[in-house]
Design a binder for this molecule. Structure first.
Ligand code: C2O
Ligand code: CU
Ligand code: CU
Length: 496
């Protein structure tokens, strides 16, 4: 929303406008001490500073399971920081984050979810192209005490996907309190590359949470719905400021930004370069060497980090670097995320293949039509839910876009008048990013290839091209800032 509209609302004339009373009270409390808005620092919210922590806890690696398994969402407790116990949600007792599913392309997956949360939930398999009935539609919920068997065949290429609840208007809280996990697909094209595996392939789920509060309560103010619910500590695989012991060789790091709203500009503290080999939709066509890369909520990265120049005893941190263009709440602080301790000097080299996979690039000329989505949210302040797409909030009973099976379309996300970053995610498909104009102008190294989530910064218009398949049904697309999603920034398309 625009600053002048907010000022208008927060001024003396508020009482005369037709706004629901609840909104007025959020607005006035939003201007109080807990909103950080005392200095009117901007309409995309205020930063929340990270307390780095001590990097003395070992990095947990979630257990890996195959194509069948069980998840039991429940309220439980976990030691997220040092020995401090927190009240969390887990897919099992005693920790946040569920197991990592690792399956081969073609596998039949059977996962029984027994909902012991005491409230409705479901599971969305983010990145998987599976039938609508298995996709965790927001109102397709598992009642408290009930179970549901997710059953589908994995037909897509190798890649790092993930799962989390997609509960209507409660996704943000359920994910924040701990429910998420990884879902890795392997295939022969990937196997032929002989990428670092076993102990040399490390999953890193990066999330921020407010660890000053042992009950992880979730109660965002209006300003926190605008910025997203930013944490004060960074957890990796469910542990705050962890360390991991490594050898001086090349590691494959498979990174998920599982945060509700925080964007990271990932880099190493020694500024060493690293190689991006994959993203949301699997391997890139060819590797790209960078020294930093942005990762928005919902996005994934597959990178090779070469630690062969390090000596025994060296410590190298994955860090967040400053970045601009993301509104007033993000990119303002540099902080460490995870420490790699080199405990063994070895002489193992890994030559990165120059061709990683076959990705056929789509061109604009192949698209049958373009759909435009205004995600700027300029001028919606008069309405009770501020985050919208084309001025609409999610309605399960309304089909927003009717798409023909096997169509190729361009979808354009227009944030040109917006003040907040929006990572836009589409269910059940992968797209290619065609063009970004305004803001960062152009594509980043991780936006070449297949993706399902794309970051649209304030001032940007991003065009993606989508080859819809014939997986017919009703699917959502939304902002993956989970506060924005639950605030209504989600629509649906019907593929038929
Ligand atoms: Cu990861 Cu619709 O979400
Ligand atoms: Cu998804
Ligand atoms: Cu958003």
């Amino acid at each position: 929303m625009k600053r002048k509209e907010f000022l208008k609302l927060s001024g003396a004339g508020v009482g005369s406008l037709l706004i629901p009373a609840a909104v007025i009270s959020v607005i006035s409390s939003g201007c109080g001490k807990n909103s950080g808005m005392g200095n009117m620092g901007g309409m995309s919210g205020s930063p929340v500073n990270i307390n780095e922590g001590d990097f003395l806890q070992a990095l947990p690696i979630p257990a890996t399971v195959g194509a069948s398994g069980a998840l039991t969402p429940q309220a439980t407790s976990a030691t997220l920081k040092g020995s401090q116990v927190y009240n969390v949600f887990g897919y099992q007792s005693g920790s946040i984050l569920g197991p990592t599913f690792r399956v081969s392309k073609g596998a039949d997956v059977n996962i029984n979810v027994a909902n012991n949360l005491g409230e409705v939930s479901n599971v969305h398999w983010h990145g998987l192209h599976i039938p609508a009935a298995m996709d965790g539609y927001p109102t397709n919920l598992i009642n408290a005490g009930a179970s549901f068997k997710y059953n589908f065949t994995v037909r897509q290429r190798a890649g790092l996907n993930w799962y989390h609840p997609h509960t209507h208007m409660a996704t943000a809280r359920q994910v924040y309190k701990g429910l998420a996990g990884l879902f890795i697909v392997n295939d022969p094209e990937e196997a032929a590359l002989n990428l670092p595996a076993g102990e040399f392939e490390i999953p890193l789920v990066i999330q921020d949470k407010r660890l000053a509060d042992i009950s992880l309560s979730y109660n965002p103010t209006m300003m926190e719905i605008m910025s997203g619910y930013l944490g004060d500590s960074i957890l990796v695989n469910g542990k705050a400021s962890p360390f991991h012991e490594i050898k001086s060789q090349t590691y494959r790091l498979r990174i998920l930004n599982g945060s509700n709203a925080r964007i990271y500009n990932l880099a190493f503290n020694n500024n060493q370069s690293f190689t991006i080999i994959g993203n949301d939709g699997g391997l890139l066509k060819s590797p790209a060497s960078v020294t930093s890369i942005l990762l928005a909520p919902g996005e994934r990265l597959d990178i090779l980090a070469d630690f062969s120049a390090a000596l025994t005893g060296d410590e190298i941190f994955l860090v967040n670097k400053l970045f601009g263009g993301a509104g007033t709440a993000q990119g303002k602080q540099e902080f460490k995320i995870v420490k790699f301790k080199i405990t063994q000097k070895v002489n193992v080299t890994f030559a990165i293949p120059s061709v990683l996979s076959s990705v056929v690039s789509l061109t604009a000329a192949q698209a049958s039509r373009t759909r435009n989505f205004d995600i700027s949210n300029s001028g919606v302040m008069m309405q009770s839910r501020m985050h919208r797409i084309n001025d609409k909030v999610f309605d399960a009973n309304r089909i927003d876009e009717a798409v023909a099976a096997n169509a190729i379309e361009i979808w354009q996300f227009d944030n040109s008048k917006g003040e907040e970053p929006h990572p836009m995610h589409i269910h059940s498909i992968d797209f290619q990013v065609l063009q970004r104009s305004g803001g960062r102008n152009g594509l980043t190294a991780s936006e070449i290839g297949w993706k399902d989530t794309v970051l649209v910064m304030p001032g940007e218009i991003v065009k993606v091209i989508i080859p819809f398949e014939n997986n017919t049904g009703k699917f959502v697309f939304h902002c993956h800032n989970l506060e924005h999603e639950d605030d209504g920034m989600m629509l649906q398309y019907q593929l038929s």
